[in-house]
Design a protein around this ligand. Structure first.
Ligand code: ZN
Length: 154
């Protein structure tokens, strides 16, 4: 095992973060499976809601970092290169191409119907996974795995 890379003060780029999450939690995430890992992501989003309700900014920061880490875990399991797909937001709105966005309304409903650019990106990044981009599911009991994961934080 090599030591964890130094992160410095500037923060991690997404690719480095994804490598770190895969190295640190990949085996455990694979054992838990996509369903259990996604459920943990949703639970962390609930904890963000709690932090917002309490007005606790420190907790908000911590919970958002957990949401990001679990999002990366889901990406690793799904064979998605987050640094690649995140580029679609780097040069402005993926729909109208401007920054700030000039779309006439919130475009999330359009994204939910399937934005061609993100679909293509997922297809390329997930080339090593089964059709549909789904990672293999573990044979272990998901409930037991989730309980163990909660007891050990990850
Ligand atoms: Zn827009």
């Amino acid at each position: 095992m090599s030591p964890a890379p130094r992160t410095g003060r500037r923060g991690l780029d997404l690719g480095t973060l994804q490598q770190a999450i895969a190295r640190t939690f990949g085996a455990r995430d694979r054992a838990r499976g996509m369903d259990g890992t996604f459920r943990r992501l949703v639970e962390e989003i609930g904890e963000v809601a709690n932090a917002l309700r309490r007005g606790d900014r420190r907790a908000l920061a911590l919970e958002l970092s957990d949401v990001l880490a679990w999002t990366v875990s889901v990406a690793v399991l799904g064979g998605v290169d987050l640094a690649r797909v995140a580029r679609r937001y780097g040069a402005g709105c993926p729909r109208c191409g401007t920054s700030p966005c000039r779309c006439p309304q919130d475009w999330t409903s359009a994204a939910a119907r399937g934005d061609r650019r993100v679909s293509d990106s997922v297809g390329r990044a997930g080339a090593g996974t089964a059709p549909g981009g789904r990672a293999g599911r573990p044979a272990t009991g998901r409930r037991g795995a989730a309980s163990r994961a909660r007891a050990t934080r990850r």
